[in-house]
Ligand binder design. Sequence first.
Ligand code: FES
Length: 102
Amino acid sequence: MAKVLVGKTSEIGDGKITNVTAGGKEILVANVGGTFYATGNTCTHAGAQLHEGRLNGKELVCPWHGAKWDITTGNLNWFPQKLKQIGSYKVVVENGSVYVEV
Ligand code: FES
């Protein structure tokens, strides 16, 4: 498992979303109230880049058709049809930097 740098904690403020490509995977990283979460960045409905969506607390809203994802687990919270999970990744914060493990 590789630890990949996402950025400085100071660059990803509370309520902010960023993204990184690591290990060939598109990953979204969000700061919710000072805790960092990482999920897949591709909506499993039609492929939107989820980092272009918005956060509503711990819920991530897809920018295209409004699917609602749980940022803490990558599970679907709401959509008219069943969708595959986007997945989640472990986040490590060390010395003011944020890393994801892929
Ligand atoms: S692409 Fe995300 S809800 Fe359609």
